[in-house]
Ligand binder design. Structure first.
Ligand code: CO
Length: 137
């Protein structure tokens, strides 16, 4: 799959506003972007540490998969995202190895990345995202 690094960790929170003091004042990270991703019904906040980001995910609707996640499992780590140079190729490879896909094709995620999710049933229960930065091509 040619993964290069952990692009980000997705963390489900009830409220970005209430979570910010921990990340900024305790950990000393700086939130550099807050963005709403309408089709995923979430608000996101980003921090950077090295080449890895932390993505806080706050549901903007009861229908959001993040709202359902929090309801079932509480706040916490929601997914791990790996950077790859080609999400479509990585998906094809995963599928050929019997991995169940959530996204059959890459779609647009936060920060303009092309993203796709693998199903946790096939990934040792860790929801896994693949990301490709189209600006790095
Ligand atoms: Co993500």
């Amino acid at each position: 799959m040619n993964l290069t690094h952990i692009e980000h960790l997705g963390i489900a929170v009830k409220s970005i506003e209430e979570s910010l003091p921990y990340y900024e004042q305790v950990l000393g990270l700086k939130c550099y972007s807050v963005e709403e991703v309408a089709d995923q019904k979430v608000k996101t906040a980003f921090f950077k540490i090295g080449q890895t980001k932390i993505e806080l995910l706050e549901p903007t609707s009861e229908e959001s998969t993040i709202a359902k996640f929090i309801e079932k499992r509480g706040e916490g780590i929601h997914h791990i995202a790996f950077a790859t140079d080609n999400v479509a190729d990585a998906l094809a490879e995963a599928e050929s190895k019997g991995v169940r896909l959530i996204d059959k094709a890459p779609r647009k995620g936060a920060e303009g990345l092309n993203i796709a999710f693998l199903h946790p049933k096939s990934t040792c229960s860790v929801l896994t995202e693949l990301c490709e930065d189209p600006n790095k091509k």
